[in-house]
Structures are given as structure tokens and as C-alpha cells.
Ligand binder design. Structure first.
Ligand code: KIV
Ligand code: ZN
Length: 382
């Protein structure tokens, strides 16, 4: 059965770059954009062009080099923002404008000191104006996660009429539960006229650690684009992690959803983004963390050595990691020692292994991790 494609909208260079202290210069942004294009993302959100001359320049330069992905610039629902974004995208092969406005009661009342009618008017005006210059217009209803579904549906209907091609439903504050976010998407699928003409996009933040779960719930309920960042970086607790959603869809084929991502590039690009931004990837991070394919307890090591699938659901090579690793600690067993000894060139008998194991445990209780050099010294001593 043919799988439905879920588009990957990467916002590492816009929402991701909003991490305090992780600003990138144009040169680094270009390197990352080239790799994102190679990775197979459908859209690269290259920046917020009106925000600074540097961001404008980055969007211009990225537009020149990206070959396959659409290049997108963010705007508020403000004509000047749109003019600047249109200008910054003039070299893009496939340009997209991402415009929008807050739709929740909190945003309408406190951010805009406005009312629902005026918000709809601004949303429609922004889309209509942007559409004069560029065909591909994505509209975001900021704080959609906390927006009443009826009003959200009305806004969506109006902006579709005005020419929006993609509707972004952001859980801006990372508030929703997966069931709630999924129901929101389902509600829009069932209650917005002409919804079949556009793509619904999930843009979830990770304030409660639910960004990935919410995005998956969104696509299960009909959304066909996920907005995400490499390593899940972004404002506050971050955005949906690109590598996680891609691998979840790949590991669950019965969902009949897939992306265009070449997963072998996931680990290299994770390293690149981490190094360029000076932001370490937490070791236990799914898919790309240093420990994602490392085994340290005896029971797990014994299983993985016999058959990798006993404790791994992903082949590390599929995400660009060379191989699983067997870490020697005081929790390791004989199987792991024999395996690592063989890797460094020692075939040891069962009797020798018992002796090596005793010596190993003495040292392992003092050290956190036993290196190949430590093991080699123990074997030579025995
Ligand atoms: O989180 C959010 O709502 C955003 C919008 C600007 C799309 O990043
Ligand atoms: Zn965001």
C-alpha cells in the first residue's frame, strides 16, 4: 500500500536559532541549510527576514544555494514584514511565506488588545497581501493549542478563502495533551470548508515534553506536515525533534505514513548543529544521543551480542551511527568482556575469562568506565 507523505518543515534556522546564546552567522547557516537540503526536508524555514539585517542576508543567501527544498521566511501579519520577506526570497526556487497572528483569547486580549473580528481581518489581509507576490502561503494561528476550536476553524476557513496553502496549528506554549492536540486536528479536518485544498501542519513546543507525541498525534489525525528542528532545539524547552518524528513514522509502518528524509544523514547533521551552536546533545537523547545505541548492563549486553534486535529497535547504521557500543562498567558481564577483548585482538579461554572478570570488577568498582587500554592491561597481567 502506498504510504501518505508527511512533509518535513525544518525550522532549526528560525525557531531553533531562537535558543539564547546559540546564534548562528550566515556562513554557518548556509552550511546547515545545504545539509538540510541533502537530508531531504521539504521546507527550510531560513529565518525571520525583518528581524535583523543579518537574518535578511541569511535568507537571501540560503535561497540562492538550496536546490530541492522550499525556502520559507517568517512574518507577522504586517505588510512591511511581508514586503521584506518577499524581497529576501527572490532567489528561491520554491519560495514560501509563513505569516500569521495569535488566535487564543490570551493573545487577542493581552498581546493585541484586540477582538476576534479584528484578528480575522488582519489574518485575511496578511494572506491576501502575501498571495500577490508568492503562491505558497502558510498561515500560522499562534497559540492554536489554547485557541477555542470553533474560532480556530473559522480563522482557518477565512484564510483558506484568502489563498493560504498550508495551515499551521502551533501548540506555541507546549500545553496540549496528545489526545487533545489530535482531536483539534480532527476537528479542523471535519469542520473547515475546503480543508482538503490545504495541508495542515503541526508545530509543537516541548514545555511538557510532549512535542513529539503531539506531532505524531496530529499526523495520525490528518495533518500532513510536521514543523521540527534538529536535536529538538528551540525556544524554552524546544521544538519537536526532527529525528524523532522521522524515525517514529519509519518504525511504525502500519501507520502508512512516511517522509522524504534520508535517515542516514540524521546523526551527522545532529553533530553539525550541535557543534555550530555550541549546544551539546544530551547523552540519553533519542536517536542521536551518545547513549542511544550504547549498552552497559550485563543482561542487555549479553542479549545485544547474541542478537542486536533483543535490545535495539533501530539499526544504528540507519541513522548514520557506525555501530552499537558495549560499554564496560561494573554492571557488565563476562559476555561483554569477551566481546570487547576479541575486538582488541584477544581470544581468551573460559578459564582466563573468569580471572580477567575478577580483576575487571575490582577496577570497575573504582572507575566509572573501563577502557580498551584498561582491559588490555588486565588481560596481559593474567
Ligand atoms: O510557536 C509558534 O507559534 C511559532 C509561530 C511563529 C509559528 O513559532
Ligand atoms: Zn514555535
Amino acid at each position: 500500500m502506498q504510504k501518505d507523505q508527511v512533509k518535513i518543515f525544518d525550522t532549526t534556522l528560525r525557531d531553533g536559532e531562537q535558543v539564547p546564546g546559540c546564534k548562528l552567522d550566515t556562513k554557518n547557516k548556509l552550511i546547515i541549510a545545504e545539509k538540510l537540503d541533502e537530508l531531504g526536508v521539504d521546507v527550510i524555514e531560513a529565518g525571520f527576514p525583518i528581524s535583523s539585517p543579518g537574518d535578511f542576508k541569511s535568507v537571501v543567501e540560503i535561497s540562492k544555494i538550496v536546490k530541492k527544498s522550499s525556502v520559507c521566511g517568517l512574518t507577522r501579519a504586517v505588510k512591511k514584514d511581508i514586503d521584506v520577506a518577499v524581497n529576501s526570497l527572490k532567489y528561491a526556487k520554491y519560495p514560501r511565506i509563513h505569516t500569521g497572528i495569535g488566535t487564543s483569547e490570551t493573545h487577542i486580549k493581552y498581546k493585541f488588545n484586540s477582538n476576534k473580528e479584528k484578528i480575522i481581518e488582519r489574518a485575511v489581509d496578511a494572506v491576501t497581501y502575501a498571495k500577490k507576490f508568492i503562491n505558497d502561503i502558510e498561515f500560522y494561528a499562534e497559540d492554536a493549542g489554547r485557541t477555542d476550536n470553533d474560532f480556530l476553524a473559522l480563522v482557518c476557513e477565512k484564510v483558506i478563502k484568502a489563498g493560504a496553502t498550508v495551515l499551521n496549528i502551533p501548540d506555541t506554549t507546549g500545553y496540549c495533551l496528545p489526545s487533545e492536540y489530535g482531536e483539534k486536528i480532527k476537528y479542523l479536518m471535519e469542520n473547515v470548508n475546503s480543508i482538503e485544498k490545504v495541508t495542515i501542519s503541526c508545530h509543537c513546543h516541548n514545555d511538557l515534553g510532549l512535542a513529539t507525541a503531539n506531532s505524531i498525534s496530529g499526523v495520525i489525525n490528518g495533518a500532513r506536515q510536521i514543523e521540527c528542528t534538529i536535536n529538538g532545539i528551540g525556544e524554552r524547552a524546544g521544538n519537536t525533534s526532527l529525528e524523532e518524528v522521522v524515525m517514529i513514522l519509519r518504525q511504525h509502518p502500519y501507520l502508512n505514513l512516511d517522509t522524504n528524509i534520508n535517515s542516514k544523514y540524521l546523526y551527522p547533521i545532529s553533530q553539525l548543529v550541535s557543534e555550530s551552536m555550541g549546544m551539546i546533545v544530551q547523552p540519553n537523547k533519542a536517536i542521536v544521543g551518545a547513549n542511544a545505541f550504547a549498552h552497559s548492563s550485563g543482561i542487555h549486553q549479553d542479549g545485544v551480542i547474541k542478537k542486536r534486535e533483543t535490545y535495539e529497535i533501530i539499526d544504528p547504521k540507519d541513522v548514520g551511527v557506525d555501530k552499537s557500543s558495549i560499554i564496560l562498567t561494573a554492571r557488565s558481564g563476562r559476555a561483554a568482556i569477551a566481546y570487547r577483548a576479541k575486538n582488541i585482538g584477544y581470544e581468551i579461554t573460559k578459564l582466563e575469562l573468569d580471572k580477567v572478570y575478577d580483576e575487571f570488577l575490582k577496577l570497575a568498582d573504582q572507575k566509572k568506565e573501563i577502557t580498551d587500554e584498561d582491559l588490555s592491561l588486565i588481560i596481559k597481567k593474567i
